[in-house]
Design a protein around this ligand. Sequence first.
Ligand SMILES: Nc1ncnc2c1ncn2[C@@H]1O[C@H](COP(=O)(O)OP(=O)(O)O)[C@@H](O)[C@H]1O
Ligand SMILES: [Mg+2]
Length: 319
Amino acid sequence: MIEVQHLTKRYGPFTAVDDVSFKVEPGEILGFLGPNGAGKTTTMRVLTGYMPPTGGKAIVAGFDVFEQPIEAKRRIGYLPETPPLYPDMTVRDYLTFVAKIKGVPRADRKARLDSVMERTRISDMATRHCGKLSKGYRQRVGLAQAILHNPDVLVLDEPTAGLDPKQIIQTRELIKELAGSHTIILSTHILPEVSQTCQRVVIINKGKVVAVDTPDNLTARIRGSETMYVQVDASGADAQGALSQVPGVRQIAVTETRGSVTGFEIDSEPGRDVRRELASAIVTRGWGLLELRPMRMSLEDVFLQLTTQDAAEPEVAHE
Ligand SMILES: Nc1ncnc2c1ncn2[C@@H]1O[C@H](COP(=O)(O)OP(=O)(O)O)[C@@H](O)[C@H]1O
Ligand SMILES: [Mg+2]
């Protein structure tokens, strides 16, 4: 539904987006994750036809955004970083104006407006001037204008930025409701956002794609195997011998010893949960099992690792 191919955007000598490629399947929510300045907004502006690329192309619903801009834009709803509201217009007048521009037929306009305002929970603000809205409402009116012409594709630039926690949850729910009937790409610099909303993530840093995967795979893949931390009250050598016999265990390292207590980091085969076997190997020998926990990296760690490696090679992932 969305295809970005070798997209590059330079501002003068500065390369903001560098050979970025990815795809979004119909009905999918793709998270576009990266620190501030990574190139998210630039990519979205190019993708929505607001700015030409320096190189590469973007195809939305089968239309090249630059060669067939009108056809493409008809199928895109865009929530820019700052919602494009007119401060002196009331919410209803503004949305009526947008509906006209976007070619919503006159006969459908009122019903369409009412349903979109209902959906984005702004009906009670219909007569309020846009300039007088709180940040949360401005963002929702921005979302309302993006979905007004019922586009196939929604491009949302940091849709929850600046909202309070309750509004963030409401916005996430609304986005999930919209998925399925729409294909969505949303950008964010906050991690929990992607694991809670998105099926797949593109991580971008300094204009380059550093990873494309599901939130779960990203977390697991970076290690290649699962690691457990186990703390046992037993002689280190005996415990090491016993634990290394557990099926599925690949590697075992002593990370601490304190009196009779030994801590191990145990690598196991990916996808194999060895916790029960480890526990029973310890307990049946009469040793004390003091701690047993997975050391899987959090998405936070993955993100840091991917975005702070200087020599990070662009990585093309399982798609
Ligand atoms: N109009 C512009 N002219 C020059 N540099 C720009 C312009 N817009 C953005 N940049 C630079 O391009 C980089 C990417 O910006 P942006 O796409 O806004 O990142 P993000 O949305 O991920 O925070 C930043 O270093 C930013 O300073
Ligand atoms: Mg941005």
